[in-house]
Design a protein around this ligand. Structure first.
Ligand code: IMP
Length: 446
């Protein structure tokens, strides 16, 4: 039995969907622990492509239980659409469980998210506009609507009648938007409640019972480390905790229950939305990565900003999450490039810097110090083992593993399941290297 957390080691969109899909095969339970419909992964079933935002892709395995945990925020309209889509393909959704203590995204959350972004003008965060920040803000304010409230018609009416009056003041006076009609919203959400009721459970109890039964649990993080509310590039972050520690809070399990943390990183870096990005490539190379990597957001369709691999944030992600091993994705996107840069450190005000600075202002001043490696200029899409890889590609992977002092367990070379090199079993394989007194890795396995 192993309980594993899978997290994004960069700014989200690292390809966690494919990695969790591969690992879901050996998981009995998959738990999504934070975020909401800001996340998105593309799933191909029976030749049809569709996008999931809340439901873990583990739902496609008939015996895998999928839990949307307490730390998530749920937009019922989107969740119901996902349920309907999956069921229309003849796939059962009876194994989907929804935490009764998750918070619910309401129409005013979306409206406020979008209106406040517009007001920020050039200082905007570049949110997905899905109401995520305002839903978490109400949770912290203790003014949120939980799934439990949604399930009790009287409580829902009472809470919404009061809350919508308050929110209408904000909508009308601050943002000059039309008010919401409480009765209409209540009626709509009562309908959602009936559709979702069969799935609602005490999720932390369910997870605890699964642990007692020695079932394998996969905790699936959405977004990535640098988008973490506490540890990311604040304020250009999301409003939840995608880091591995977030799994304990968001799923309701103790840290002693987690056996392993797998970090997912692209072979280069991308970011959507605003905020500093030291290794960003503006010119032709940036476009090439975007085109070859199909770097457009699943949720908003926005073009992702692209840049070289940044080992400073990589090492930071290893530290913050306690990453045991890495899955490197989209190596094939680099196939045609002659020379590949890797950021090994930053320079700020003429000084070298090996650590990620907490201040967004200082981070914006960081200039990358690159080590240039030769490209391989051969297709890797058909490689199925390390021996199949061109020497330069193997050297590139070795260099990343050495810089981050973490073994690479898996390499992905394309969207399909078989375009993967499994070096070591990511769940039971090697753990992170020990560091010597100078912070250098004692071992440097790929
Ligand atoms: P929010 O989560 O919609 O509030 O957006 C806050 C920031 O997180 C913005 O920069 C978004 O682009 C980014 N973001 C949110 N979800 C994702 C994701 O799933 N992938 C990548 N970026 C995301």
């Amino acid at each position: 039995m192993a309980n594993v957390v899978v997290i994004g080691a960069q700014w989200g969109d690292e390809g966690k969907g494919k990695v969790t899909d591969l690992l879901s095969r050996s998981a009995d339970v998959v738990v999504r622990y934070q975020g909401g419909v800001n996340a998105g992964h593309t799933v191909v079933v029976q030749g049809q492509t569709f996008k999931l935002h809340l439901i873990p892709s583990g739902i496609l395995y008939p015996d895998t239980e999928c839990i949307i945990g307490s730390g998530t925020v749920i937009d019922p309209a989107v969740l119901i659409e996902e349920l309907d889509t999956i069921e229309s393909l003849g796939i059962s959704t009876k194994n989907l469980l929804i935490s009764e203590t998750a918070h619910v995204t309401m129409p005013y959350h979306r409206l406020i998210d979008q209106a406040s972004e517009e007001r920020r003008g050039s200082k905007k965060i570049g949110t997905t506009g899905r109401g995520i920040g305002p839903t978490y803000a109400d949770k912290s304010e203790r003014a949120g609507i939980r799934v439990l409230d949604l399930m009790d018609s009287e409580v829902l009416q009472e809470k919404l009648n009061w809350t919508i009056i308050q929110k209408n003041v904000i909508l009308e006076r601050l943002y000059e938007l039309p008010p919401l009609d409480p009765a209409t919203v209540i009626e709509q959400y009562q309908c959602y409640a009936e559709r979702l009721r069969p799935h609602v459970v005490d999720s932390s109890l369910k997870i605890y019972q699964a642990i007692e039964q020695k079932r394998n649990i996969l905790f699936e993080g959405a977004q990535g480390t640098l988008l973490d509310l506490d540890h990311g590039t604040y304020p250009y972050v999301t409003s939840s905790n995608p880091v591995a520690g977030g799994a304990c809070v968001g799923a309701g399990v103790g840290p002693t229950m987690i056996d392993r943390v797998i970090g997912v990183a692209k072979a280069y870096t991308t970011r959507v939305g605003e905020g500093p990005f030291p290794t960003e490539l503006d010119g032709k190379l940036g476009e090439l990565l975007c085109e070859r990597g199909a770097e457009f957001g699943t949720t908003t369709g926005r073009r992702r900003r692209c840049g070289w691999f940044d080992a400073v944030i990589g090492r930071y992600a290893v530290r913050i999450n306690g990453i045991d091993c890495l899955a490197i994705t989209k190596l094939d996107v680099l196939d045609t490039i002659e020379e590949i840069n890797v950021c090994v450190a930053y320079e700020i005000d003429g000084q070298g810097c090996n650590h990620f600075p907490s201040s967004a202002h200082r981070f914006a001043q960081c200039r990358p110090i690159y080590k240039t490696l030769p490209g391989w200029q051969k297709s890797t899409a058909e490689c199925r083992s390390l021996e199949d890889l061109p020497k330069q590609a193997l050297d590139y992977l070795k260099f990343l593993a050495e810089l981050m002092a973490v073994p690479i367990a898996l390499v992905s070379l394309g969207a399909s399941r078989d375009q993967t090199i499994i070096i070591e079993d990511p769940i039971h394989g090697p753990k992170r290297a020990l560091l010597d007194a100078n912070g250098a890795p004692v071992t440097s396995e790929v």
